[in-house]
Write a protein that binds this ligand. Structure first.
Ligand SMILES: Nc1ncnc2c1ncn2[C@@H]1O[C@H](COP(=O)(O)OP(=O)(O)OP(=O)(O)O)[C@@H](O)[C@H]1O
Ligand SMILES: [Mg+2]
Length: 381
């Protein structure tokens, strides 16, 4: 390629490589690493010093997919763009989902002098996809459950009426049998309570949008929880960013959301432990609306030192009625997911068995107009 005056100077190339959020790794024709930009260090967890001069296959040899891509590019034939569904194993930290592009690197005379790999961290994208998938699943389940609840409510009314009549017939006569009808009535009431809760989840009242001060909501909940867990040794810590302005939301629904999450965290603690509630403005991502300005997100984290949740169970906990507690309805997290969807936010859970759990709610820090979504149809969104 002929050098022209309009070509940017080398310093600009360097700055671009240093600031781009994708890992850029260049290799010489022998497969030795010749460039390893800062994002490559952040994404792989390998420092530039450890990487430069090393064989790519030494560092990433266990990952056959990566080797295949690099080999294809080094042989000079082909570029492969955005190969998705790859997992990057790292010396430290968890494996992460990535997409990879590779191209042969040509010099000015048109000869191949190696290859360049560009790696993009897809963790955040996958998190969002999971949240959407969960919301879809809830939507189907919610419609089904609402229909079922309706069907159960009518015969339940019949059972209740008949039991009351039976109780009246038995009055004064046989006290032992009266005890049975009392149990029947109590249990019918319990089923009725669950049905009401489920119907509320499927067809909640429309949200009332007002500016909500998150610090006040969280402060109030913790004050109330402190009273409730005196028997257990649960320490509550609040780390609230005082500079976060009130957000546009429904005060009651947001209180229910955080109450459910904080209750779950405290209930997870076995004998003694800590629940930490923190708020911050996300510095690394925001919500993009086509044609609109990016909206920052507030992140509210509820972290506990409980036993954690296994990978298999994490997929189930949002399903209505899934509960591992004797007194639990299993509707808490389904309700949380629904409220977060209503507020155009995201709900994420990370947990390691033995190390505790973090529920993280991201809500748009929108101070002006409320929810622009159309009202949800009957059934869960
Ligand atoms: N912080 C947590 N740590 C460990 N397990 C959790 C945590 N939060 C939720 N879970 C698991 O997820 C299940 C479902 O939670 P969910 O809030 O939906 O229902 P529940 O708490 O069992 O009942 P309810 O909320 O109606 O009292 C719980 O039973 C528990 O097994
Ligand atoms: Mg719960």
């Amino acid at each position: 390629m002929k050098k022209t005056d309009s070509r940017p100077d080398a310093q600009l190339y360097i700055r671009v490589l240093e600031n781009i959020d994708r890992a850029v790794i260049a290799l010489d024709p022998g497969g030795q690493i010749t460039l390893f930009n800062p994002a490559a260090q952040a994404i792989t967890g390998i420092s530039e010093k450890q990487a430069l001069g090393r064989q790519f296959s030494d560092l990433f040899g266990a990952q056959k997919n990566f080797l295949y891509l690099v080999k294809t590019a080094l042989e000079g034939e082909r570029s492969i763009s955005d190969h998705e569904d790859l997992t990057l194993e790292r010396p430290t930290g968890k494996p992460i989902p990535v997409s990879v592009s590779v191209s042969p690197l040509y010099n000015d005379s048109g000869f191949s002098e190696g290859a360049v790999l560009i790696i993009r961290d897809l963790s955040r994208v996958r998190d969002l996809e999971n949240a959407v998938r969960r919301a879809d699943r809830l939507s189907i389940l919610g419609t089904l459950a609402a229909g079922l609840a309706h069907e159960i409510k009518n015969p339940l009314g019949g059972i209740k009426g008949a039991t009351q009549l039976l109780a009246m017939e038995l009055s004064g006569e046989n006290l032992e049998l009266r005890e049975y009808t009392d149990v029947m009535l109590k249990e019918v009431e319990r089923v009725n309570g669950i049905i009401e809760e489920l119907m509320d989840l499927s067809r909640p009242r429309p949200p009332q949008w007002t500016p909500v001060n998150l610090s006040r909501v969280l402060d109030d909940i913790v004050l109330f929880q402190k009273e409730g867990y005196r028997g257990k040794d649960v320490e509550f810590h609040l780390q609230l960013d005082p500079s976060i302005p009130p957000i546009q939301g429904d005060d009651n629904l947001l209180t229910r959301l955080f109450l459910n999450l904080i209750k779950n965290a405290a209930e997870a603690i076995e004998k003694h432990g800590k629940v930490t509630i923190s708020t911050r403005v996300a510095s690394d991502y925001h919500l993009n609306k086509p044609g609109g300005r990016p909206i920052p997100l507030v992140v509210i984290e509820i972290k506990d030192t409980g036993p954690g949740i296994s990978t298999e169970d994490i997929d189930r906990i949002f399903t209505p009625f899934y509960s591992t507690k004797t007194q639990g309805s299993g509707l808490g997290l389904a309700t949380c997911q629904k409220i977060v969807n209503n507020h155009n936010g995201f709900l994420k859970v990370t947990s390691k068995p033995g190390e505790g759990t973090i529920f993280s709610v991201s809500l748009p820090l929108r101070t002006a107009e409320p929810n622009e979504r159309k009202p949800a149809p009957a059934g869960m969104e």
